[in-house]
Ligand binder design. Sequence first.
Ligand SMILES: [Fe+2]
Ligand SMILES: [Fe+2]
Length: 184
Amino acid sequence: MKEIAKKVLHYENLKTIKYTHLATTITYARAIGEELGYTEEQLKVMEVGAALHDIGKSLIPPEILNKKGRLSDDERRIVNLHAVLGYELLKSLGYGVNVAEIARDHHNPMSKNFMAQIVRAADIYSAMREERSYKKAKTHEEAMEVLRASRIPQNILDALDKKYGQKKTVTNPIQGFSIRTAIA
Ligand SMILES: [Fe+2]
Ligand SMILES: [Fe+2]
């Protein structure tokens, strides 16, 4: 496989995947997993999947992937194949089922693989919080709106809120100590 990979992979395509985006996607995926009680072993599997989620882009013709301006429907369909191509590539390289499925399902709201849903959330959240040349970074709340519209499961939203949301109320050490209890 490695010999074939050398011939068919467009390594130059991987330059379109920004290192900072991968780093933050990995960080957010781990943070969500930690909140949901994943083991260190599971977290590591998920981190590998997060790091390689877009690896299938290396199998997309560069002239389509890097095309400036609008893609035709066919070109869009070809670019969308990066998920399933990533799955096949990772499987053939000997990666485990979760890593491969994270790549396959990282754009799929119907995925039954929960690690893939976490990486999907982390991927979107990272893209929203990042400043790009053509857009400003969104706030946590704005990014959460996008995640809700993308049908991210509720417990993942809660985990992100807990980790990165602004606390609406300042935790008060004497919370629950109301005037009524004070005078009772
Ligand atoms: Fe992708
Ligand atoms: Fe991504």
